[in-house]
Design a protein around this ligand. Structure first.
Ligand SMILES: *[C@@H]1O[C@H](CO)[C@@H](O)[C@H](O)[C@H]1NC(C)=O
Length: 428
C-alpha cells in the first residue's frame, strides 16, 4: 500500500493540473517539501544554462533553440523567476545550513495571556471586527480550534506556534485556507476577530507568531533585542526573512493536511505581516492568492529618495548600530549597512520592483494608505507598474490591483478589511 502522503500528492496533482495553475506544479509533484522541489528546479536550470555538464538523462539538450520567439521569451522569464526565487532561498539557507530538521508537529494549547511588546491602541481592533461574518447557528460550539507547533529548524526560534480555526460542519471536504500575519510587536491571538470571521464563512483560518513575537518572545524587548543581536552577530535575520522560512514550512504542512485544498492557500497580513505575505508569495508559489496590507514598499527607493526615516523609526534601537559605524546620527549609509547585514538583498535584488512581479499570475491585491510615510506610495510606482505589466503579459491583468486609500497613513482601515475579504471570496 502506498504511504498516505503519496496518496495526497496524487490528489494534489489532479486538483492542480489546470492550465491556470501551470506555474505551480514543481513544488507539488515532489515529496519532501518546497525546498527539495526548488533545489531540483535549480538543478534543471543549471543543466539548461550549461548543457555540456548535464547528466545523460537531460536529453532535451538546449530546448530554447527550438522554441518560437514568444514561447522562448516566456520560458526565459520563467527561468529568471526561478532564478531569483532560488537566490532568495540561498539567502535563507545561508544562516541555517546546520539547523535543518525534518518538519514535525507538536501539540500546543491556547494562550491565555499573550505577550504584546507594545500595547495596542484602544481602536486598533475596530477594522478587524468589521470583517464580514456569516451567521452560523451555535457558532462557538461549531468552531474548532487547534494550537500546535511546527518544528521548522533547530533551536528555540525553530518552534513555530500556530493557531488554526475552522468550522466543524460535518462535511468532510477540503477547504480553502488563509494565513494571517500580525504586525510588529503583536501576536497571533490579536488576529482572532479576523480568524473567526473567515472561519464563519467556511475558510480555515491560520495565524502564526512571527519570530521573536508572541510565544516566541519572553518579554517586551525580545524582538528589538533580536534585531540588535542580528546586527552584532550576523547569525540570524529577524526582520522578515526568518519568518518567511517558517512560512515556507507552514506551506509544506498546509499542503499535506487532509482538510486543506492545497490549490487554495491564501496569505495576508498587516504592516510587518504584509511584508511577510509579500515575500512568502514571491518565494513560495503554493501561496495562491495574496493580499499584503500596508506592507509593500520600495526599500531602495526610500534610500535613494531620503524617505527611510519613518520605517527606521518603527525599529529604531536597531539603527543605533550607527555608533558601531562611528556615526553621530543615523544616515543613509547606516540604513544600507544594517539592511545588508540583517536582510541581505532587501534593498537590492529582492526589493519590490523585482520580487512583486514574480507573484504573477496569482491574484495579488496591494492595499496601502496614500499618506503612509513608512510605505510611501511614490516608492510603489515602479513596483506596481512592473507588476501590472507582468500580469498583463500573463493574460491575467484583472488579477492584480493596487489601491492606495486617500488620506490614510500607516493604518489598516475598515475599507481595507472589506477589500481584502472581497478579494479572497472572489479569487480563492
Ligand atoms: C528580556 O529577556 C532577555 C532574555 O531572557 C533578557 O536578557 C532581557 O534582559 C529581558 N529584558 C527585560 C526588559 O526584561
Amino acid at each position: 500500500m502506498l504511504p498516505r502522503r503519496a496518496v495526497i500528492t496524487a490528489h494534489v496533482l489532479l486538483a492542480c493540473s489546470g492550465a491556470d495553475l501551470a506555474h505551480v506544479p514543481v513544488s507539488r509533484r515532489v515529496r519532501g517539501g518546497y525546498l527539495v522541489a526548488e533545489r531540483q528546479q535549480l538543478q534543471r536550470l543549471r543543466t539548461k544554462e550549461n548543457p555540456s555538464t548535464s547528466s545523460r538523462d537531460a536529453t532535451a539538450g538546449a530546448p530554447g533553440a527550438a522554441l518560437p520567439g514568444r514561447e522562448m521569451a516566456a520560458s526565459a522569464s520563467a527561468d529568471a523567476s526561478a532564478g531569483l526565487r532560488s537566490e532568495f532561498l540561498q539567502v535563507l539557507l545561508s544562516r541555517r545550513r546546520d539547523l535543518q530538521v525534518p518538519l514535525s508537529v507538536e501539540k500546543g494549547s491556547p494562550v491565555r495571556n499573550p505577550i504584546y511588546q507594545k500595547l495596542p491602541g484602544p481602536m486598533d481592533a475596530v477594522p478587524m471586527e468589521s470583517c464580514l461574518r456569516k451567521e452560523v447557528e451555535n457558532f462557538k460550539e461549531k468552531l474548532v480550534e487547534e494550537n500546535f507547533y511546527l518544528i521548522t529548524e533547530l533551536g528555540e526560534q525553530g518552534r513555530l506556534p500556530v493557531l488554526l480555526l475552522k468550522l466543524n460542519d460535518h462535511v468532510p471536504k477540503r477547504k480553502p485556507v488563509i494565513v494571517f500575519l500580525h504586525s510588529s510587536y503583536k501576536c497571533k491571538e490579536w488576529l482572532r476577530p479576523l480568524l473567526e470571521a473567515y472561519a464563519s464563512r467556511g475558510y480555515i483560518s491560520v495565524a502564526i507568531d512571527s519570530r521573536y513575537h508572541g510565544e516566541r518572545a519572553s518579554n517586551e524587548t525580545t524582538y528589538i533585542d533580536a534585531l540588535k543581536s542580528a546586527w552584532r552577530n550576523g547569525d540570524t535575520m529577524p526582520f522578515i526573512f526568518d519568518t518567511v522560512w517558517d512560512l515556507i514550512k507552514l506551506g509544506d504542512h498546509l499542503s499535506e493536511r487532509e482538510d486543506v485544498d492545497p490549490c487554495r492557500i491564501g496569505i495576508t497580513g498587516e504592516s510587518l505581516g504584509g511584508m511577510h505575505a509579500w515575500f512568502s508569495a514571491f518565494v513560495d508559489t503554493r501561496y495562491s492568492v495574496t493580499v499584503p496590507i500596508i506592507g509593500v514598499q520600495g526599500f531602495r527607493w526610500a534610500i535613494d529618495n531620503n524617505m527611510w526615516q519613518a520605517r527606521v523609526n518603527s525599529i529604531k534601537p536597531l539603527f543605533e548600530a550607527r555608533t558601531d559605524l562611528g556615526k553621530s546620527e543615523i544616515d543613509t549609509e547606516v540604513v544600507e549597512k544594517v539592511w545588508e547585514k540583517i536582510a541581505p538583498g532587501l534593498d537590492s535584488q529582492f526589493d519590490a520592483p523585482y520580487s512583486l512581479p514574480l507573484i504573477a499570475p496569482r491574484p495579488l491585491l496591494l492595499l496601502n494608505g496614500a499618506e503612509d510615510s513608512r510605505c510611501p506610495i511614490s516608492g510603489l510606482e515602479e513596483p506596481s507598474s512592473r507588476a501590472a505589466k507582468a500580469y498583463e503579459e500573463s493574460g491575467s491583468a484583472e488579477k492584480f490591483m493596487f489601491i492606495a486609500e486617500p488620506g490614510i497613513g500607516h493604518q489598516m482601515t475598515v475599507n481595507m478589511v472589506k477589500k481584502a475579504s472581497d478579494w479572497f471570496d472572489r479569487f480563492l
